[in-house]
Ligand binder design. Structure first.
Ligand code: ADP
Length: 477
C-alpha cells in the first residue's frame, strides 16, 4: 500500500484550496476548490512543481523547495492548467496524521481582497443609509416640532385671555395634545440617535431632590385628577447633589410615571429612590416606580423593552402610545451603567425598577436646609358643617369636590412641617396646580404665597401666614 492511501480527506468542501502530496512530490489528493480554481477535473498524480514552478523543483527522487515548511504562511504564485497564474497565501507542512506526506493550504489573495473590498463597500453603504435615515428623522421631527410649538404658543396666549369655562377646557385639551405630540416627536428623535449609536450623555452637577420635585410637578395634577394617591420617598442616603445627565434621568422617570398613570385607574402610584452602592466617588442609585394598575401578564414581559412593542393591540388602541418609551428607557439606563427591570401581576399592578451610576460625594444624611423648620399654610373656606365626612372627598380640584368642601368645611388650617425649602416650594406648586381652575382672587392669594416660599425668604412666608391668619379669605366662594 502506498503512502497516503489510507488517509481521510476532510477538506473536500472547504473554501480554500487543499492539496496532499508525497515525498516524490506527487499529488495524492486535491479538494474541489483546488480542482475548480486551477481548471483540472483531477489533480491526482500531477507533480507539485507543476502548480508551484517558482518554488518547487522536480528532482530524481522527488522535489526540492525553498519554501519554509511549517505553520507559517508565505506568498506564492500558483499556476492553472492553462498556464495562467494568480497569487496565493499558502501554508505547507508535514502531515502528522499521515506520515510520509505533506499538506498545502492556499487562499486566493485577489479573491480575498475583492471580498474584503465588497464587505467594506456594503458596510459603507449601510453606514450611509443609516446616516441618511438619521438626518431624515432629524429633519422630519424638526419640521413637525415647529408647527406643534406654534400651536402651543398660540393656545397658551389664548388661555391667558379667555375666561369662558368651556373654551378654557377645550384650549387645555389642545395644550395637552400638543404636549403629547411633542413627547412622541422627541421619542422618535431619541430613538433614532440611540439606534445610530450617536447618543451622548451630558452629565452636570444638580440638586437631586429638586429634580424629583420637578418630575412630580409635571404629573401631580393628572394623578390627582384621576383620584390616585401619590407617594415619593427618597432615602436619606441619597446625596443632595449628584453629577449625572439630569435631563435623561427626568426623561426615564417621566416615561415610567406616564405609563403608570396611563395604566392605573384606582389606587396609587409611588416613586422610591435608594442609594444601593458607593464606590469611591461613584454612587449607584436605585429607583422604583410602582402602580396598582392593569399589570402585565408573564407571557408579555419579554416584549416590554423591545422597540415599537406594546403588550397587545387592544391596549395600544385603548391607551395609545408608540411602544418606544420603555425601549428608550432601557437604552438610557444602560448608557448610565445600570439595568431596568419589571415585576408585574396582571390586574394587580407593576413595579418598574432601574439602577444608574452617578458621581456623588460620600455623604450620608442631607445637611443643607436643616435649619428650615416649618412652613405654615392656612387655607380657609366658608362652610357650615365643619369637618363632617371630609374623608369622603378624594378627587381634588373638581367642581363636585369644591362643592363638597363648601358644604362640609368652614375653615381648614394646614400646618405643614417641611424638611427643606424644595419640599415647601413643591407643596406650593401642587396647591397652585390644584387651584388652577379656582376664581382669580384665590389664584392671586396662592401665587403670593408661592412667591413668598423661597429659600431666601422665610420671613416673608411668615408675614404671609400672619396676614392670612388675620383675614378670613373667602377661598372657595
Ligand atoms: P408606549 O409609548 O406605547 O406606552 P412603552 O414602551 O412605554 O410604549 O410601553 C410599552 C407597553 O408596555 C405599553 O403599551 C403597555 O402595554 C406596557 N406597559 C408599560 N408600562 C406599563 C404599566 N405601568 N402597567 C401596565 N402596562 C405597562
Amino acid at each position: 500500500m502506498g503512502e497516503g492511501e489510507n488517509c481521510i480527506f476532510p477538506m473536500e468542501d472547504a473554501l480554500e484550496m487543499f492539496f496532499m502530496f508525497d515525498r516524490a512530490g506527487e499529488i495524492l489528493y486535491a479538494n474541489a476548490a483546488a480542482r475548480s480554481k486551477l481548471g483540472y477535473d483531477e489533480l491526482k498524480n500531477q507533480h507539485i512543481s507543476t502548480l508551484f514552478p517558482n518554488i518547487f523543483r522536480r528532482t530524481e527522487d522527488g522535489f526540492e523547495s525553498a519554501f519554509p515548511f511549517g505553520d507559517g504562511t508565505g506568498h506564492l504564485v500558483i499556476y492553472r492548467r492553462n498556464l495562467t497564474c494568480f497569487p496565493v497565501e499558502a501554508r505547507i507542512k508535514e502531515n502528522a496524521g499521515c506520515p510520509g506526506t505533506y499538506i498545502c493550504m492556499a487562499n486566493d489573495i485577489l479573491e480575498r481582497e475583492h471580498l474584503g473590498r465588497e464587505i467594506s463597500q456594503v458596510r459603507e453603504e449601510a453606514q450611509q443609509a443609516s446616516r441618511l435615515k438619521a438626518e431624515f428623522v432629524a429633519n422630519v421631527t424638526h419640521e413637525l416640532r415647529t408647527p406643534v410649538n406654534g400651536i402651543l404658543g398660540n393656545v397658551r396666549e389664548l388661555l391667558d385671555n379667555v375666561t369662558d369655562a368651556r373654551t378654557v377646557k377645550t384650549l387645555q385639551l389642545v395644550e395637552r395634545c400638543c404636549g403629547d405630540m411633542n413627547r412622541i416627536i422627541n421619542n422618535i428623535l431619541d430613538f433614532s440617535k440611540l439606534d445610530a449609536g450617536k447618543f451622548i450623555l451630558e452629565p452636570r452637577r444638580f440638586h437631586f431632590r429638586s429634580m424629583l420635585d420637578y418630575v412630580k410637578a409635571q404629573h401631580i395634577s393628572r394623578i390627582t385628577e384621576k383620584g390616585l394617591d401619590f407617594f415619593m420617598t427618597v432615602s436619606p442616603q441619597v446625596p443632595e447633589y449628584i453629577i449625572g445627565d439630569e435631563l435623561r434621568i427626568v426623561q426615564i422617570l417621566n416615561n415610567l410615571l406616564s405609563n403608570a398613570l396611563k395604566f392605573t385607574t384606582v389606587g396609587e402610584i409611588a416613586v422610591q429612590v435608594l442609594r444601593t452602592a458607593q464606590v469611591e466617588e461613584k454612587a449607584e442609585l436605585f429607583f422604583i416606580v410602582s402602580d396598582t394598575g392593569i399589570g402585565i401578564g408573564e407571557e408579555d414581559m419579554d416584549k416590554l423593552f423591545q422597540s415599537f412593542s406594546q403588550v397587545d393591540a387592544s391596549i395600544s388602541r385603548k391607551y395609545g402610545g408608540t411602544g418606544l418609551g420603555l425601549s428608550i428607557c432601557r437604552q438610557l439606563v444602560e448608557l448610565m451603567g445600570g439595568r431596568i427591570e419589571t415585576e408585574s401581576r396582571k390586574g394587580k399592578g407593576s413595579n418598574f425598577s432601574f439602577s444608574i451610576w452617578v458621581e456623588a460625594e460620600e455623604e450620608t444624611v442631607p445637611k443643607a436646609h436643616d435649619d428650615v423648620k416649618a412652613v405654615f399654610i392656612q387655607m380657609a373656606a366658608h362652610e357650615e358643617n365643619a369637618g363632617q365626612e371630609a374623608e369622603g372627598v378624594r378627587e381634588y380640584g373638581t367642581p363636585e369636590n369644591r362643592e363638597a368642601l363648601k358644604r362640609r368645611l368652614s375653615r381648614l388650617v394646614l400646618s405643614v412641617e417641611m424638611e427643606n425649602w424644595e419640599k415647601a416650594e413643591m407643596f406650593m406648586e401642587t396647591i397652585r396646580q390644584l387651584t388652577e381652575g379656582a376664581p382669580p382672587d384665590v389664584r392671586r392669594q396662592i401665587l403670593r404665597l408661592k412667591m413668598a416660599v423661597q429659600k431666601e425668604n422665610y420671613d416673608k412666608v411668615m408675614d404671609e401666614y400672619q396676614k392670612l391668619c388675620m383675614c378670613d379669605a373667602d377661598l372657595f366662594s
